[in-house]
Design a binder for this molecule. Structure first.
Ligand code: 3PG
Ligand code: MG
Length: 399
């Protein structure tokens, strides 16, 4: 892999040069207040930004937030992120109220050496996510005009063929930032020859989102533990009734075939916490996984399952975990996710947590982040990396 790195760029000298940094500042916001509920992705990009400001660069940061539809939409403004980024950097972050318009031009022009600007949400512009090469290219031209060099530190977005990720690096000298480098180093340990036993824990709501990674991982893992909303489609495939739990009817056959081909590697819950309704205060109790009452909805894995999964994780040398085991945002249904997270945190294995939700769960449950080997900032990106797919953002850096 011939990727130039931030250190190569720093060695050339960046003092007085404008460096365009693609970051993934797509942080979760509170629906009511708009406050940032987890700033992990902002903190993850600080090493790259500080190295650049410390070396006297004029740093122009760009990112997406949420999924606006190619036009300005105030609920997806990056302005609160500029505030938080400034607090964490301990320096003012100049905020441009557009991405490539008048505000962006004057903000970038006014930057002094060592200062940071943040452009408004990339996805306020159609060109960013366009499938049309010309439209994307035209937007990439405008963005590239703000930099003398480009740094990709947006690991969470490297699986997107978007202008800021895929087309800008073709227009500027380009390097990988510290975060992208670290993520790729860690994940390549999982796709290479992981130390065995290698145990993967998958959760989250949909089998359809995880199908490709399950297929890719099955041959190389020793155990695959499945919880979260997607376990019910597997339980159904085993012939159990799942009440009103989350179910992807059209995936049942696929799950059946996966179970058949898995040589016993796949482990499913033996008990679940079933509730009267999808609500924080719903009446609930623990029932066997093959005895979910018809009107009940499974919202977490049960204690026997946590114990069984913990036993399967014991002695593992490599662990990858993606996706919560239950609706951890509701305290009544957080025990499964907490139990698995605590088990992984205590393990002596090389442990990797992938995905926005599981990373947020680790922090929301108050676990010590440093007790994990690596917490990835990429959800889809880390899964696609493990699937062995070519990631447009990484490929663009290799050229
Ligand atoms: C993410 O949150 O997974 C990344 O920021 C990418 O966002 P996207 O899925 O909207 O492209
Ligand atoms: Mg996503």
């Amino acid at each position: 892999m011939s990727i130039r790195t931030l250190d190569d760029l720093l060695a050339e000298g960046v003092s007085g040069r404008r460096v365009l940094v693609r970051a993934d500042l797509n942080v979760p916001l509170d629906k009511q207040t708009g406050d940032i509920t987890d700033d992990g992705r902002i903190r993850a990009v600080l090493p790259t930004l500080s190295a650049l400001t410390g070396a006297g660069a004029k740093v122009v940061v760009c990112s997406h937030l949420g999924r606006p539809k190619g036009a300005p939409d105030p609920q997806f403004s990056l302005r609160p992120v500029a505030g938080r980024l400034g607090e964490l950097l301990g320096a003012r972050v100049h905020f441009a109220t557009d991405t490539v318009g008048e505000s962006a031009r004057s903000t970038v022009d006014a930057l002094a050496d060592g200062e940071v600007a943040l452009l408004e949400n990339l996805r306020f512009n159609k060109g960013e996510t366009s499938k049309d090469d010309t439209e994307r290219g035209a937007f990439a031209d405008e963005l590239a005009a703000f930099g003398d060099a480009y740094v990709d530190d947006a690991f969470g977005a490297v699986h997107r063929k978007h202008a800021s990720v895929h087309d800008v690096p073709a227009r500027l000298p380009h390097v990988a930032g510290r975060l992208v480098l670290r993520e790729v180093e860690v994940l390549s340990r999982l796709t290479g020859e992981p130390e065995r036993p290698y145990v993967v824990v998958l959760g989250g709501s949909k089998v359809s989102d995880k199908l490709a990674v399950i297929e890719a991982l099955l041959p190389s893992v020793d155990r695959l533990l499945i919880g979260g909303g997607m376990c019910f489609t597997f339980l159904k495939a085993q012939g159990h009734e799942v009440g009103s739990s989350l179910l992807e009817e059209e995936m049942v056959e696929t799950c059946r075939s996966l179970l058949e081909r898995s040589e016993g590697k796949i482990m499913l819950p033996v008990d679940v916490v079933a509730a009267d309704a999808f609500a924080p205060d719903a009446a609930h109790d623990t029932v066997p996984a093959d005895g979910i009452p018809s009107k009940r909805v499974g919202l977490d894995i049960g204690p026997e399952t946590v114990a069984g999964f913990a036993a399967a994780l014991k002695g593992a040398r490599t662990i990858f975990w993606n996706g919560p085991m239950g609706v951890f945002e509701m305290p009544a249904f957080a025990d499964g996710t907490r139990g698995i997270a605590e088990t992984i945190a205590k393990s002596e294995a090389f442990t990797v947590v992938g995905g926005g939700d599981s990373a947020a769960a680790v922090r929301a449950l108050g676990l010590d982040e440093s007790s994990f080997g690596h917490i990835s900032t990429g959800g889809g990106a880390s899964l696609e990396y493990l699937e062995g797919k070519t990631l447009p953002g990484i490929a663009a850096l290799e050229n």
